[in-house]
Design a protein around this ligand. Structure first.
Ligand code: BGC
Length: 762
């Protein structure tokens, strides 16, 4: 029989209810023995289980149980593989059940606004569609094991600098289209059991007490059913928080806030019904887990293998000069190979901070090569944990490279440069690494760089090396994946989930990151990542969606179900198909991407935006059809006047490509929409606005053409030097009050016209 939570709430005292709205300790929710309310536990997250037993601490310094470290989101986002992320989530769900952890604190899906954000390694993408889709699959997988996830950090936590107090100043369109959209997709598609509010403020209000964010957007608009939990110590005003929709404060507030909540109910400041609703949601969470325990055992070695598989599908081959036929990669085992750089021995496979996993074992590239009987000559060259220039080590690296047929340099960012808690100061690799890569490439034309980093780095040596494999932070089996990819056992298939700019100065938020510690202005609006670089035609090091393979793919036969679509109630969809053929010699996987370009001119929008992706597995010579389904949202932008998603009628281009800059197929589609933004006509409404709106266009053309004739003006005719052009602009830009003054229309006539247009437009 289903448990009656409402009845249970009635049995609680005000103090007990207030107490349930906060943690019992660092990781546990409150229990109440007299009513059989059990104590459940939450743990980080997101790419492994950080279950601390004794002596819990915030930043993950103290040991947690031995668990499996999966690749971080910087890597898994690049897999573009929903099924893979479902499986990773399911494995973590199993681990949580086996360890009696009810809520896994992840996934983290904040948008990568600037490559220097210290926590980008934990985040999925600069693109909300991709981040939302990947997060949804992960959540569905994890929750299939009847544990909860915590979608975090809601919202706009895009930097570490003064993260607990900084005020993010952003316009609603940017928030809706970029910073909230990934959360929206994940909430609607997968209903995470909890959402974690972010530390920062948004437009002056802390997320944990932001009614608009938590109540209006998250619950009312998106239909979120679960609990909102604060980020750890992320509650500023507890009473304002609960009124805004924050259910659970974590961790323990020392009892202060429990007392304050109870007191607020007693004085009438906080309606008891609000407290009851929060308690009901918390109890639902507790019993959803406790009443449905799944007996699970977790096999660390099997999950180690899964971790390797996920990394193999996520790593991105960024460069392989000569292509599949003449590229240096995949390497041949019988060549004389030098491995240079300490990351070959001690890979950096995860980031620092709350997501830090106590990995039960780690496979390095050296170990994985040895296990396969591949002989390599290893020289350390540079350390993995700091920038330390050592001329003798450099000489040893150069000598080893000279004596080899191929040099593979295992480079990356040391922990100290990139972590939760602080942002990077620059986008460079340690100087000692750049020096060695340059020196090695100088003497060895067959050089490969393998990167271990959580977000982009500048590559001053990129033209000197033949190949480049981006491993990101690839989890505890990263060495296994590296060798498998380098030697061609696995064909690389990851694609970048973020743009690699040439220089940090090219990033659209450059002037406004990370701000002065008090406020940070998101002046770039919706132009984040490739949305900016593509619009501004900026050269980049590697574009969003880019990734190579040891085979080649040909795209053909694009077809849109219909050349037009009419959105009557907004639920209509249209199918787009294309064929992809593996034209190379080995099996491989291709991430096929669909972008939409808005040609209507109704708003300033990015050149193109990702609205679909599929990963196809193809044998040599094989062709498969990819199918995308587009809906109103695929074409829409957030119209603040309308207070909703708006899709202007007109022409759009549907593009299918292999990256945001490698467009292979395209087709035009006409979109008609029944929804219009509010339009109130007054004396300052322009002729142009009335001519453009489909509802007033016809009537406006009749009236204004008459006026145009009367003023003997023809568009484009250069009557008086620049006057023709000027007249043309003046005609379109004229407010209606000008007609009264210049077009010999009476005041009353114009007034009547305004009234008539308003009738037409309502
Ligand atoms: C982090 C969260 C994490 C929590 C618990 C916070 O500092 O921002 O992501 O889940 O600590 O460790």
């Amino acid at each position: 029989m289903a448990r009656d939570i409402k009845e249970l709430v009635k049995l609680l005292t005000i103090e007990e209810k207030a107490g349930l709205c906060g943690g019992e300790d660092f990781w546990h929710l409150r229990s109440i023995d007299r009513l059989g309310i059990p104590r459940i536990m939450a743990s980080d997250g997101p790419h492994g289980l950080r279950k601390q037993k004794d002596n819990p601490d915030h930043l993950g310094h103290n040991d947690s149980i031995k668990a499996v470290c999966f690749p971080a989101a910087c890597a898994t986002g690049s897999s573009f593989d929903k099924e893979l992320l479902y499986n990773m989530g399911a494995a973590l769900g199993e681990e949580c059940q086996a360890e009696n952890v009810a809520v896994l604190l992840g996934p983290a899906i904040n948008i990568k606004r600037n490559p220097l954000c210290g926590r980008n390694f934990e985040y999925i993408s600069e693109d909300p569609y991709l981040a939302g889709a990947i997060a949804s699959s992960f959540i569905q997988g994890a929750q299939s094991g009847n544990i909860g996830t915590s979608l975090k950090h809601f919202a706009a936590n895009n930097q570490e600098f003064f993260r607990t107090t900084v005020d993010v100043i952003a316009d609603e369109r940017a928030l809706r289209e970029i910073y909230l959209a990934a959360f929206e997709i994940a909430v609607k598609e997968s209903q995470p059991w909890t959402v974690m509010s972010s530390y920062n403020k948004i437009n002056g209000i802390h997320s944990s007490e932001n009614h608009w964010l938590l109540a209006e957007v998250l619950r009312d608009e998106w239909g979120f059913k679960g609990c909102v939990v604060s980020d750890w110590y992320g509650t500023s005003d507890r009473i304002a928080g609960i009124k805004a929709g924050l259910d659970l404060e974590m961790p323990y507030s020392g009892g202060h806030n429990d007392k304050a909540l109870a007191e607020a109910v007693k004085t009438g400041d906080l309606p008891e019904a609000i407290l009851d609703a929060a308690v009901e949601r918390i109890l639902t969470l507790i019993f959803k887990y406790a009443d449905n325990r799944i007996k699970a055992e977790f096999d660390r070695d099997a999950h180690h293998e899964l971790s390797a598989k996920i990394e193999k599908e996520s790593a991105v081959l960024l460069k392989n000069e000569g292509g599949p036929d003449n590229g240096l990669l995949p390497l041949k085992k019988d060549r004389k190979i030098a491995f240079i750089g300490a990351f070959a021995d001690k890979p950096r496979f995860q980031g620092g901070g709350s997501s830090h996993i106590n990995a039960h074992k780690v496979t390095s590239a050296l170990q994985a090569a040895k296990a396969r009987g591949i002989a390599v000559n290893y020289v350390e060259g540079f350390p993995a944990d700091r920038d330390a220039h050592d001329p003798a080590a450099l000489k040893a690296a150069v000598d080893a490279a000279k004596q080899a047929d191929v040099a593979v340099i295992f480079a990356g960012l040391p922990d100290v440069i990139e972590s939760e808690g602080y942002d990077r100061e620059h986008m460079r690799l340690p100087e000692c690494q750049n020096a060695i890569i340059n020196a090695v490439a100088e003497v060895q034309p067959h050089s490969v760089v393998v990167l271990h980093n959580g977000s982009p780095v500048e590559m001053p040596w990129i033209d000197k090396v033949k190949s480049l494999l981006e491993l990101y932070l690839g989890g505890q089996a990263v060495g296994e994946a590296a060798i498998s990819l380098l030697f061609g056992e696995t064909n690389p298939s990851g694609k970048l989930a973020e743009t690699f700019p040439l220089r940090i100065e090219d990033n659209p938020s450059y002037e406004n990151f990370p701000g002065d510690g008090k406020a940070v202005y998101y002046h770039e609006g919706v132009f984040v990542g490739y949305r900016y670089y593509d619009y501004r035609k900026k050269d980049v090091l590697f574009p969003f969606g880019h990734g190579l393979s040891y085979t080649t793919f040909q795209y053909s036969n694009m077809n849109i179900e219909n050349s037009s679509i009419h959105f009557v109630n907004g639920s209509e969809t249209i199918a787009v198909t294309a064929d992809v053929t593996n034209t190379g010699k080995v099996a491989g996987k291709e991430v096929v991407q669909l972008y939409i370009e808005d040609k209507t001119g109704a708003a300033i929008r990015p050149l193109r935006e990702l609205k679909g992706f599929e990963k196809l597995s193809l044998a040599p010579g094989e062709t498969k059809q990819v199918v995308f389904t587009l809906d109103k949202r695929s074409f829409a932008w957030y119209h603040t006047g309308l207070g909703g998603w708006y899709c202007a009628s007109g022409e759009y281009v549907v593009i299918i490509g292999a990256s945001s800059r490698d467009m292979r197929l395209s087709a035009v589609i006409q979109v008609a929409s029944n929804a219009y933004p509010p339009f109130h006509v007054d004396w300052n409404t322009t002729v142009d606005a009335l001519l453009k709106d489909p509802r007033s266009k016809q009537a406006a053309e009749k009236i204004f053409t008459r006026h145009r004739d009367q003023s003997k003006w023809e568009p484009g005719v250069d009557a008086l030097g620049s006057g023709g052009k000027w007249n043309e602009r003046a005609y379109f830009e004229a407010p209606l009050r000008h007609l009264y003054m210049t077009q010999r229309m009476s005041y009353e006539e114009v007034e009547k016209m305004i009234e008539a247009f308003n009738k037409l437009l309502c």
